[in-house]
Design a protein around this ligand. Structure first.
Ligand SMILES: Cc1cc2nc3c(=O)[nH]c(=O)nc-3n(C[C@H](O)[C@H](O)[C@H](O)COP(=O)(O)O)c2cc1C
Length: 171
């Protein structure tokens, strides 16, 4: 599968088969996240692979009762060990770095026949309490991973002309 094919076929998956992920596949997904670029190579990402069904259910509850999250055999809890470093441009590094690493993983997952869904709607304090995550660590995203049990159609996107212009701001 080419990078383009992975990008084009990725969808948010919200129904998962009742089937475990092979350990080497999970490792390959995490490896894609591990080698991602980050600002000053800070690599703030820390990933907790939650497989226990009770914990997955508790995570789903902390994610506004999005119970499909618990259907996935693995929920990656995507954390940042961060000093909240600010780049010269004024942006915090860690949400950007985490997003790049997570996106690498979502695309590698597609190549391996797996589905994922970014979950940003969750109560961070509840997730931290559930998994004994220290106060200084931020939880950026939950990523359920598993074999898809649905093939969603592509969702609409802005047209090229709505998102690009040339030379100066012309939107
Ligand atoms: C940062 C982020 C947070 C998201 N949070 C949720 C979420 O909490 N629950 C959910 O079902 N989908 C969530 N999504 C998935 C988006 O709804 C989805 O990516 C978007 O509708 C486009 O659909 P597609 O991923 O299938 O292309 C999130 C996506 C991103 C990038």
């Amino acid at each position: 599968m080419t990078v383009e094919e992975a990008i084009l076929s990725r969808r948010s998956i919200r129904r998962f088969q009742n089937r475990d992920i092979e350990p080497d596949k999970l490792h390959a997904v995490l490896e894609a996240g591990r080698i991602a670029p980050s600002a000053s190579n800070r690599q703030e990402w820390r990933y907790i692979a939650v497989k226990d069904s009770t914990r997955r259910r508790q995570l789903a509850e902390a994610a506004r009762q999005q119970f499909f999250v618990a259907e996935a055999p693995v929920v990656l809890v995507c954390c940042a060990d961060t000093n909240e470093h600010i780049m010269t441009c004024g942006q915090k590094c860690y949400p950007i770095d985490l997003a790049i690493s997570i996106d690498h993983m979502t695309l590698r997952a597609v190549e391996l026949g797996l589905g994922t869904c970014w979950i940003g709607a969750f109560d961070e304090n509840k997730v931290k309490n559930l998994l004994s995550i220290p106060a200084a660590i931020r939880v950026v995203n939950l990523l359920p991973i598993g074999y898809p049990a649905e093939t969603p159609s592509p969702r609409s996107r802005l047209g090229m002309a709505q998102m690009t212009c040339e030379e100066i701001w012309r939107f």
